[in-house]
Design a protein around this ligand. Structure first.
Ligand SMILES: Nc1ncnc2c1ncn2[C@@H]1O[C@H](COP(=O)(O)OP(=O)(O)O)[C@@H](O)[C@H]1O
Ligand SMILES: O=C(CO)[C@@H](O)[C@H](O)COP(=O)(O)O
Length: 532
């Protein structure tokens, strides 16, 4: 048995573009890290940004489920090569891109509990999925099914009251409904349906893991107050859905010992515990040790804003989820699809694919961008429901291109953050002198981008020493889950350093950006009214 001081914790993050993992020691310091990039490390699956976009219908966006399994095989090999002593890992937890779904073939649970340790997981699980390509959060092909779920309970407002969100295309309920309607045999043959997070958990557990309350709140199927499946909503989708989904547990529930497969293949301790896995944004809230008063801005593949909430409220443009740290509390969240990949597109077009050049361009234009404004949506946006590029000059006339690369770069970053601010205000978040922003995700490494964020929100921006907050949140949750309900999360993580101040807004920020937020609202309303 490993002593308390020697024990370690493993946290994983199965996000859109990569699978990452960190091993932390008992003081939560990272001692090993590894990652697998789907596009470059697993080119045989031909993903772009970790996903495949259907050529005939670009609103259909999926990822090969077996690619995620193979990524886990590779990640464990990388951790082995890095010298990780698996026998010291006391608990494992994970985070994953939210809303995506995995469809387990009949017999998979039995197979999971009898895996052969001398073979890779992907060799053994190759025919375990009734749907080979999992629908992911970027899919927007289920407007019809959203409407059906809303109608079943009396409209969007009612659905938001029950589940925390009106019908959203990427949410798992509408996605499962589409599978039931378009591939009834596959639905029927699905022994179980997992979220990406509970799928990851299942691999470690050696049986199908329960869905946690927080990621369960991103499905349009769970009552966020009772934390139970909503019978009427399940019924609209299809027969036996409750059995297929299984039970729900707290996000830090200790769900069982590690599967013998990992004990035999990698020499994990058979007492190593598996803690429920959750969504990547909720896991970021855990990793950032976010509490009231802070606005978290995650700049990953998607841009996501979230805050801690003590009480649920109803929002129509946004989501209320159960809180992953405190099961009695909630979190409010806003998701924007066109985040880093759109920034990369403009960087590639304007700045020779180089972030330093991109930043020089951004810094060489004044705040307010001479009155130019741009909205860029590579894929169908969630908020607002638009796609395409929209550029406006000072006179609010739509133009096909801007006069310079500098203006294009600033228009993108300002346009993104102005929209994020408008939506945050709409869900009732008050931006005032006390507001502090905590940034995370890949693009939070970019100080020039953070300066624009600070100016648009007229608030200081802070960073933690580590930007991979979802992965670390999973590792912290592993420790919290192992110690159980007697332990206090904020005490466990009190050994970690506080956030560092990175940027302050310029004194003219509110004068420049408040009118631009008002202008954005008008432009957005105009575009939604005259969809092109
Ligand atoms: N210096 C940088 N400036 C702006 N964006 C960056 C920078 N470094 C990384 N990124 C962005 O971070 C993104 C990945 O973020 P990450 O949080 O790891 O994503 P995910 O968890 O969704 O896979 C990349 O798509 C990349 O565009
Ligand atoms: O759909 C959402 C949130 O509702 C996305 O934020 C996904 O959870 C993907 O996360 P990243 O891979 O961008 O971190």
């Amino acid at each position: 048995m490993v002593s308390e001081s020697e024990r370690t914790f493993l946290g994983l993050d199965l996000s859109t573009q990569q699978l990452k993992a960190a091993v932390v020691n008992n003081s939560l310091q990272i001692i090993h890290e590894a990652s697998v990039m789907f596009d470059s490390d697993l080119p045989e699956f031909r993903t772009h940004g970790g996903v495949q976009i259907d050529k005939t219908n670009p609103s259909v966006i999926t990822a090969p489920t077996i690619m995620w399994v193979k990524a886990l095989d590779m990640l464990l090999d990388k951790l082995t090569v890095a010298g990780v002593d698996f026998s010291k890992i006391a608990a494992i937890s994970g985070s994953a891109q939210q809303h995506g779904s995995v469809y387990w073939q009949k017999g998979s649970e039995k197979l999971l509990s009898n895996l052969n340790p001398s073979e890779f997981l992907h060799q053994q699980l190759a025919s375990s999925f009734t749907i080979a390509n999992s629908p992911v959060w970027m899919d927007s092909s289920t407007s019809k099914q959203c409407k059906e779920l809303e109608d079943a309970v009396g409209g969007p407002q009612k659905l938001a009251e029950i589940t925390g969100s009106r019908g959203y295309e990427r949410f798992t309920g509408p996605q499962i409904a589409k599978i039931k309607q378009t591939r009834p045999e596959a639905y029927k043959n699905s022994e179980r349906i997992s979220l990406v997070s509970s799928f990851l958990c299942s691999l470690f557990l050696g049986k199908i893991a329960p869905i946690d309350f927080t990621d369960g709140s991103g499905m349009n199927l769970m009552d966020i107050k009772t934390k139970k499946w909503h019978a009427d909503l399940l019924q609209v989708i299809g027969p036996d859905l409750e059995e297929k989904l299984g039970g729900l547990v707290a996000s830090n529930a200790n769900v069982g010992p590690i599967s013998p497969y990992f004990v035999e293949r990698y020499s994990f301790d058979p007492n190593c515990r598996i803690i429920a896995c959750t969504g990547d944004n909720p896991a970021s809230l855990v990793g950032m040790r976010l509490n009231e008063g802070w606005l978290a801005v995650s700049l990953g593949t998607s841009d996501v804003l979230f805050v801690w909430l003590e009480e649920p409220k109803i929002v129509l443009n946004g989501h209320i989820l159960c809180n992953p740290v405190d099961s009695n509390a909630y979190m409010a969240m806003l998701g924007f699809k066109n985040g880093s990949l759109t920034r990369e597109r403009i960087r590639n077009a304007c700045a020779e694919s180089n972030w330093d050049i991109f930043n020089q361009l951004l810094d060489s234009t004044p705040r307010g961008n001479f009155g130019n404004m741009g909205l860029y949506y590579d894929v169908q946006e969630i908020l607002p429901f638009l796609s395409g590029d929209y550029r406006f000059n000072k006179a609010n006339e739509r133009v096909t291109r801007f006069t310079s690369l500098e203006v294009e770069v600033r228009a993108l970053i300002e346009g993104q953050f102005i929209a994020r601010r408008a939506y945050v205000e709409d869900i009732g978040f008050k931006l005032d002198k006390e507001t502090k922003i905590l940034a995370t995700g890949g693009a939070s490494n970019n100080k020039a981008i953070l300066q624009v964020l600070s100016d648009v929100f007229n608030a200081p921006v802070y960073l933690l020493d580590e930007s991979k907050s979802a992965m670390l949140g999973a590792a912290y949750q592993a420790k919290h889950g192992l110690l159980g309900s007697q332990s206090n999360y904020f005490e466990i993580t009190s050994c970690l350093p506080p956030p560092r101040l990175i940027c302050q807004p310029y004194s003219d920020a509110s004068e420049i950006y408040e009118p631009m937020v008002a202008r954005y609202r008008k432009l957005e309303a105009m575009l939604l009214g005259n969809k092109v």
